[in-house]
Design a protein around this ligand. Structure first.
Ligand code: 5AD
Ligand code: SF4
Length: 456
């Protein structure tokens, strides 16, 4: 029976998905919408208006689980208010908190009808048909079939609505087991989608006007998908093949790992014009002692070597990175090495986090936890340096001409907005017909979160 049959109303049911965390969750939310569209679901503008609410959760950040429970408390009130109006609401929890703490969610929040892990999104219609009216369903196994073979393709109309840039998951999971990280537990072992499947996805996107794709994976440069002949290929080959897809103007990938950054991928940045000169390459720490304790399997010198080689291959390349401060056992000297690495690498941007113990990970059990004030103080210092570097990077683009992919109308009439190769937001005065196109823009000034320019 379809999930639709479970709604007493004759109107098409509506779903509201609230996503937290990384870009893969944004992508997964779209896939869930596509699956549900096949079941007759439309999108709801607000939670109050939704017959189905899905919280698509993230387990990486501090107090992630508590935030989910507080969010669920709010949704529950809305569910109860709708009940008084004679309307039913199903609540589902998806994403990495669902995977890691599904049982706990069902125990603590009785209003939840369904808990679903990221590997089971293709089973949503069946699971929804079973859940509700007091029946509660939990699905956090790793199913034997490949969800990508069963996920519905988005309609051309849905793609158009989502705009000129799109995400495509090409790799999922991780085998690296960094000692702070939950991903190997929540997303499972590393898997790569086949080359032809990725190309077919991208062709479908470009046919509906998408001009830029970002290839997604927890370890995206570990991608080793099979080609048409059954041979495993690397990310360079995939980028090369995608480069031939008509209409595709830009290729990006995220998030990569230093250990999987081979010479071929570095050379790809010199050879493949559509590959954008901007790489997000998390290093986490500048101290070899801490990198070892993190089980990172790469050292500071290796990271800086990749940065140098990338710059040689593509002199205008820019980098961003992730950092954790206050990892168990991190001393002042270790932290100074991190600041020093940032100065040496010269980053266009960075994301930094206070270490937060995640249940089930090795570092959470360490007896050398760093005091909260120390973490806060280190984070503030790192972020001051990050802002300095980002500002310097943005300021250096003033006066330069850059290619901008226009994505949408600007805030004022006659204005359009887009992104530089470095993902900086830019506004110019220009015609709407440029949306979806790349045009040369001279940068004239910088604001904290965007650049202003004029069409050349
Ligand atoms: N504590 C703090 N930051 C973390 N990250 C991952 N796990 C933790 C944790 N337990 C950060 C890493 C990673 C980014 C996505 O989140 O820097 O690259
Ligand atoms: Fe987590 Fe490390 Fe795997 Fe990245 S490489 S997903 S940080 S375990």
């Amino acid at each position: 029976m379809s999930a639709l049959a479970h709604f007493s109303k004759t109107l098409a049911p509506k779903v509201f998905i609230k996503s937290f965390g990384c870009q893969m969750n944004v992508y997964d939310a779209e896939r869930m919408k596509d699956v549900l569209a096949g079941e007759g679901y439309g999108g709801a503008e607000t939670i109050e208006d939704a017959d189905l609410v899905i919280l698509n959760t993230c387990h990486i950040r501090e107090r992630a689980t508590e935030k989910v429970f507080s969010e669920l408390g709010k949704v529950r009130e809305i569910k109860e208010a709708r009940e008084l109006r004679g309307l039913q609401t199903k609540i589902a929890v998806a994403g990495c908190v669902a995977q890691a703490e599904g049982g706990e969610i069902l125990r603590r929040q009785s209003s939840v009808d369904l808990v679903i892990g990221p590997q089971s999104y293709h089973r949503l219609p069946d699971l929804l048909a079973r859940a509700g009216n007091g029946a509660r369903v939990i699905e956090t196994e790793f199913p034997p079939e490949d969800k990508f073979d069963h996920l519905a393709a988005p309609s051309q109309q849905a793609i158009r609505k989502r705009g000129v840039t799109a995400f495509v998951t090409i790799q999922e999971g991780c085998d690296k087991f960094c000692s702070f990280c939950v991903v190997p537990f929540t997303r499972g072992a590393e898997t790569s989608r086949p080359l032809a499947a990725v190309i077919a996805d991208v062709e479908r996107l470009t046919a509906a006007g998408v001009a830029e794709v970002t290839l997604l994976g927890q370890n995206v440069n570990a991608w080793h998908g099979l080609d048409e002949g059954g041979t495993a290929r690397g990310l360079r080959t995939l980028c090369e093949r995608l480069s031939d897809v008509p209409g595709l103007k830009r290729i990006r990938y995220t998030t990569s790992h230093p250990n999987d950054f081979d010479a071929e991928l570095i050379a790809a940045h010199a050879d493949i014009e559509k590959l954008m000169p901007f790489v997000h390459l998390p290093v986490q720490s500048g101290s070899d002692r801490i990198l070892k304790a993190m089980n990172r399997k790469h050292r500071r010198a290796k990271y800086l070597d990749i940065v140098q080689k990338l710059r040689k291959a593509r002199p205008d390349i820019a980098l961003s990175s992730d950092f954790i401060v206050g990892f168990p056992g991190e001393t002042d000297a270790d932290f100074e090495e991190t600041l020093d690495l940032i100065r040496e690498a010269g980053l266009a941007s960075a994301f930094s986090f206070k270490y937060s113990p995640r249940p089930g990970t090795k570092a959470a059990e360490s007896g050398e936890q760093v005091a909260e004030e120390v973490k806060a103080e280190r984070l503030a210092r790192l972020q001051t340096l990050e802002i300095e570097q980002r500002t310097a990077f943005n300021t250096a683009t003033v006066g330069r001409e850059l290619d901008v992919l226009f994505e949408k109308q600007g805030r004022h009439s006659g204005q359009i907005g887009g992104k530089t190769p470095y993902l900086q937001a830019v506004h110019v005065d220009g015609p709407e017909s440029l949306i979806g196109q790349v045009a040369r823009v001279k940068i004239i000034s910088t604001k904290p979160n965007s650049l202003a320019g004029e069409l050349v």
